[in-house]
Design a protein around this ligand. Sequence first.
Ligand code: C5P
Length: 238
Amino acid sequence: MKTISAKDKIIVALDVEDLPSALKLVELLHDDVGAFKIGKQLFTSTGPDAVRSIHGLGGRVFLDLKFHDIPTTVAKASVEAARHGVFMFNMHALGGSAMMREAVRAVRSEPGMQQPLMIAVTVLTSMGPGDLQPLGITLPVDELVARLALLAKEAGMSGVVASPREIGLIKKACGPEFIVVTPGIRPAGSDANDQKRAMTPAEAVQAGADFIVVGRPITHAPDPEAAARSIAEQIAAA
Ligand code: C5P
């Protein structure tokens, strides 16, 4: 993969409820960050208008809808995501190998379409062993993450979303080219909010993160532009 600049590694999570609030942030930040993450909240409230409007302002979009369904349905939804011209979108690796493979095949065989990065979610960081055991999943979380990452790689996915502390084991299992996108990022001295095992931008990039997802440390900062620039400087210095 080609080297990604410090600014382009930053994906801002637009965890807001309406389009005007999202676009205010995009106008302010699109020169200072690499992309904007649209999640279930914003997409459910505004639909694809959010994607189109962000593109209209010159921003790139990570569509974080975490698809998980039968292979045909996910493949069709994936093609629609790609048709919107997003630069990255995701699905759950727990949807299985056939689901990921079918989605990759469908998107990659669309002629003339801009090709997005296809990212898998391994195990949600909100889930610990106590949540997995009742589901009949008895593997240690780390092993499960590595196994699902490898399954995603073998299915042709571009990379995974993972917590910063899992970067090392994923790169070991899947190789340095396999992309890791990591949330749970907190610049030194900033409020942890509800993130329990956060890393600083510099630590995450040193650990091998290709992209970092940052929400509140930028979006709730008194000066979001300055906050984004400072994070890019910390990454560049790392
Ligand atoms: O505001 P903050 O930086 O905590 O936002 C992080 C973003 O990354 C949110 O959109 C959150 O839903 C998402 N995320 C996360 N941890 C995960 C997966 C996604 O924080 N394991």
